[in-house]
Design a protein around this ligand. Structure first.
Ligand code: 5GP
Length: 190
């Protein structure tokens, strides 16, 4: 998606060869108009799937996921990294390793919010090692629901996530695919 690639070139910052900072338009401040266009783009790409819900992982996936859910006119599910004290029964849970923080956390979904009839489109900001996405897929499958696909804003194609998900037969649509990056440069896959 040219709009997103241009924004990454203009405002993103590769702090090293592995981590891209996008705090000014995705992770801290949110470019709302860009998110609206991203939502429309995902809705158009996945329009032939019988999607009943859009799911994301808190917190950076929420803004693109809500715009996608709006464009598809379906509810949005937030997969929790920290279950609240009142959310304590009937839960699906799976352990995920965080790429940026290097620690483990328990991804949680209440069984009350999903059913086996759901077709769920997962949206997230980044795809790196694919741990978050595969964790979200495990949770949705624990509920016997169907994974309709995975929409990613920024895929770092030089990391193993994309290959893992392709091998698992998941329909992945990444709006910007980074081939290589480092101090002062970012190269996309065409
Ligand atoms: P994965 O689970 O695929 O290894 O990593 C994906 C998650 O790690 C994303 O949800 C995102 O929050 C975070 N992440 C991975 N790489 C980056 C990066 O380069 N920049 C930022 N800001 N977050 C990242």
């Amino acid at each position: 998606m040219k709009l997103l690639e241009d924004k990454i070139l203009q405002s993103g910052r590769a702090i090293n060869e592995d981590i891209l900072k996008v705090d000014s338009f995705i992770n801290h401040q949110v470019d709302v108009n860009l998110m609206i266009e991203i939502g429309k783009e995902f809705a158009e790409y996945f329009k032939n799937e019988p999607i009943t819900k859009v799911a994301t992982i808190e917190s950076s996936g929420i803004s693109p996921a809500i715009m996608t859910a709006m464009a598809l006119n379906v509810p949005m599910l937030i997969l929790k990294k920290q279950p609240s004290k009142v959310l304590n029964d009937n839960l699906y849970q799976t352990v995920v390793t965080s790429f940026t923080k290097g620690n483990n956390y328990e991804l949680t979904l209440s069984a009350n919010q999903i059913s086996e009839n759901d077709h769920v489109l997962i949206i997230d900001d980044f795809l790196a090692n694919g741990e978050t996405a595969t964790g979200a897929i495990r949770l949705i499958r624990m509920a016997h629901a169907t994974v309709a696909g995975l929409g990613i804003l920024i895929e770092k194609s030089f990391q193993p996530g994309r290959e893992k998900l392709d091998a698992a037969g998941i329909n992945v649509y990444s709006l910007a695919r980074i081939k290589k990056m480092g101090a002062g440069f970012i190269e996309f896959i065409n």
